[in-house]
Design a binder for this molecule. Sequence first.
Ligand code: SF4
Ligand code: SF4
Length: 112
Amino acid sequence: MKLSPDPKKALLTELNKCRACRFCVDVCPTYQVSGGLEALSSFGRIQIIRHLLTGMLELDDSLSYALYSCLQCRRCENTCKAKGQALDICQIIQQARAYLAPDYAKEVADGV
Ligand code: SF4
Ligand code: SF4
């Protein structure tokens, strides 16, 4: 996904490629260790980002945690591409962190 002067539009364009097949969910290690919390899966993060961008959700600590707990391991991305998709899921999550929750990692590091 290319950097864009309009990150919200770029993110929504990319998110709209998701076909909600959920093939990526079971391979996500944070989903696995959470005992099956979809918010901590690849598809769950995509949904959270979509709803934050469209105003259906407001950012709070739990949603920030969902975004920042992604390990950037690319297991979901490889599975998605294996099914004929082309979502750069790790890049989507990175850009969503920068756009939607840029201060969260610093707050955690500072113990706020
Ligand atoms: S595998 Fe790809 S297309 Fe399917 S739900 Fe996951 S991100 Fe969306
Ligand atoms: S990159 Fe993030 S969302 Fe994808 S499988 Fe790894 S931890 Fe899950």
